[in-house]
Write a protein that binds this ligand. Structure first.
Ligand code: FPP
Ligand code: MG
Ligand code: MG
Length: 324
């Protein structure tokens, strides 16, 4: 099942947002226009706008208001990915050339800054400082998450807590606030917007754990980029952390990690991936991801039984079974 089948009900509004998204990054500068539209056309699941729209249905749903949340959330996400691909030296994303490889690092950095600035411009169309503050705080956390990731590169002694805090910052918070802000913009009571935040946080945690798993278990065709990209950069993800706890695997894994580190990631990582794939780490990470999905669904428990609630549950299951 494709995610588009799940949100058929909001397809019309999503199509409208897609057009608005393209308009929002319009520039008279030819290169910025090209890089931004390349990014938009490279696709994406538009998960954050989906969360904004579904959460908005718990209150007075007004697409003209919600677009000032949905568009910036997607733009912030896109800006962070253009920068991320520079930092991670990634040539492809979703099977398409990244801005940094189609153009260069400098162009990618400015494209990210430009899109980020556009996000702020759109968000300020809503004169609600609480919304702006929530967005600002989440972006600050996003940056801290990325800084922490660098600090923990190849750090095999890190705790599960270090990992979870990092993925909370780099992924879960943006999804959490997409839900929360969609609800706030629709004037729902705080108890409901807080529940939606909690739902988004748990879905976001599961999403990143799945993403980290896929980097180990997926193929280049499925991922749109070669597997093992995380470890090549030194990013020790959950399945790796769990596998390192297995007595028999610890020594060969440490040996592989030292080798990969010494080669600065410019080496074949298939042996490393084989060891992790054969470990309990994969199953343990899958288990934790599904626990987060359960918690996400539980968070929705007391919410009114509207169609959006059923849709959010389906999106949660979709994220939990993610195999793309
Ligand atoms: C992808 O993670 C990266 C992120 C989720 C966040 C990147 C954030 C920044 C670069 C800082 C913030 C910048 C702005 C403009 C707001 P990944 O590299 O693990 O995953 P991938 O497989 O998608 O590359
Ligand atoms: Mg990264
Ligand atoms: Mg990356």
């Amino acid at each position: 099942m494709k995610i588009i089948d799940i949100y058929a009900r909001i397809k019309k509004d999503l199509n409208y947002l897609e057009k608005e998204l393209l308009k929002s990054v319009h520039s008279d500068h030819p290169e910025l226009r090209e890089t931004s539209s390349h990014l938009l056309k490279a696709g994406g699941k538009r998960l954050r706008p989906v969360f904004v729209l579904l959460a908005g249905q718990f209150g007075d749903y007004d697409l003209d208001k919600l677009k000032y949340i949905a568009i910036p959330m997607e733009l912030i996400h896109m800006a962070s990915l253009v920068h991320d691909d520079v930092i991670d030296d990634a040539d492809t994303r979703r099977g398409q050339l990244t801005v940094k490889s189609k153009w260069d690092n400098r162009i990618a950095m400015y494209t990210g800054d430009y899109i980020f600035a556009k996000a702020i411009g759109v968000a300020t169309q809503l004169s609600n400082p609480t919304i702006h503050q929530i967005m600002s705080k989440a972006i600050v956390e996003l940056c801290i998450g990325e800084m922490e990731q660098i600090r923990y590169f190849f750090h095999t002694g890190q705790t599960l807590r270090n990992y979870l805090l990092r993925i909370k910052r780099k992924t879960a918070l943006l999804i959490a606030i997409s839900c929360q802000l969609g609800a706030i913009a629709s004037g729902v009571p705080e108890t409901i917007s807080n529940r939606l935040y909690l739902y988004g946080y748990n879905v976001g945690m599961a999403f990143q754990i799945r993403d980290d798993l896929l980097d180990i278990t997926g193929t280049e065709k499925e991922l749109g980029k070669p597997p093992g990209s995380d470890v090549k950069q030194g990013n020790i993800t959950l399945p790796i952390l769990c596998a390192l706890r297995e007595d028999k695997l610890r020594a060969p894994l440490l040996e592989e990690l030292n080798r990969i580190r010494a080669a600065e990631g410019q080496t074949d990582v298939s042996r490393f991936l084989d060891i992790v794939r054969g470990s309990e780490g994969v199953r343990q990470a899958e288990e934790l991801a599904s626990r987060y999905i359960d918690r996400a669904i539980q968070a929705l428990g007391p919410l009114p039984e509207i169609q959006a609630k059923k849709d959010l549950i389906r999106v949660a299951h979709f994220v939990g079974n993610r195999s793309y």
